[in-house]
Write a protein that binds this ligand. Sequence first.
Ligand code: ZN
Length: 201
Amino acid sequence: MRAYQHTLASLVEGRPVSWLRQVHGHAVASVPPGVIHSGTHADAQVTQSTHAALAVFTADCAPVLLCSVGARVPVLGVAHVGWKGLLAGVLDATVAAMQTHSRHPIEAYLGPCIGAGCYEFTGPQLNELTHQLGPQILTVSKAGTRTLDLRAALSLGLARHGVPLDVSDAVCTACDGEHYSSHRARAESFRQALLAWVQPS
Ligand SMILES: [Zn+2]
């Protein structure tokens, strides 16, 4: 990560990049002014600071950007969410952390992640997710097996907090090998980065 820090910083107008050691859990790192994380064990981070750029890295898991709407100083959140994080409650924890800063409405945006057609996901974990979020998260993969619709699960999980999720940029990482890394489809080890920061007004 250290070797990439300079390149990333140039992309984000000189801001230091706050990054996490992602562990598929529910921990949310707070990023107060003047602070960045460099490998803190967490899967989401939130800030109101204009100082740092927040990063999460994903391949087939979902990069989710959350932002408060209408606050004088926006609250920003980024989260790395796969099925483990969903079950662990990382989205709930991220929204709760943002709401400690502001009670303004929150909007969320989903980046590239594995599409339901390409996702082979069965077993007790699928039953547990269905129990938590409802049968709307179930669909059928291209292979004809019952599977998890990650986008639907994320949408439902956020809707419980009144947070709408925009999925218009959520292309399938398994289908689009030209632009995106997919661990499941191609066993690739590079990652997409979601980078987000608060622009001073
Ligand atoms: Zn696909």
